[in-house]
Design a protein around this ligand. Structure first.
Ligand SMILES: [Zn+2]
Length: 86
């Protein structure tokens, strides 16, 4: 399944992330990864199975988020979520 969500705001963030397509994150939507990470960060989620998170993402080859590392996207989202929770 290809991601059809509107990621206009998130795409501006993830386009500066490194290129990376390792493991289960290959071809996954980096903007979705960022947004899930952000929600987890807001909640300060502690029991995270990143393989499951990444495996559950939809795929994307689109625009600025193409080939961006979902690992980097998730962790940056998590960080920003924690910062914004204070
Ligand atoms: Zn997406």
């Amino acid at each position: 399944m290809a991601c059809n969500k509107n990621h206009d705001n998130t795409d501006n963030i993830v386009r500066d992330l490194p290129i990376g397509q390792e493991g289960v994150g290959r071809h996954k939507c980096a903007s979705c990864a960022y947004e899930i990470g952000y929600q987890h960060g807001l909640q300060k989620a502690e029991n995270i199975n990143l393989a499951n998170v990444l495996d559950g993402l939809e795929e994307s080859q689109k625009g600025d988020r193409r080939h961006r590392s979902p690992h980097a996207a998730y962790s940056l989202g998590y960080y920003n979520g924690v910062v914004d929770s204070y």
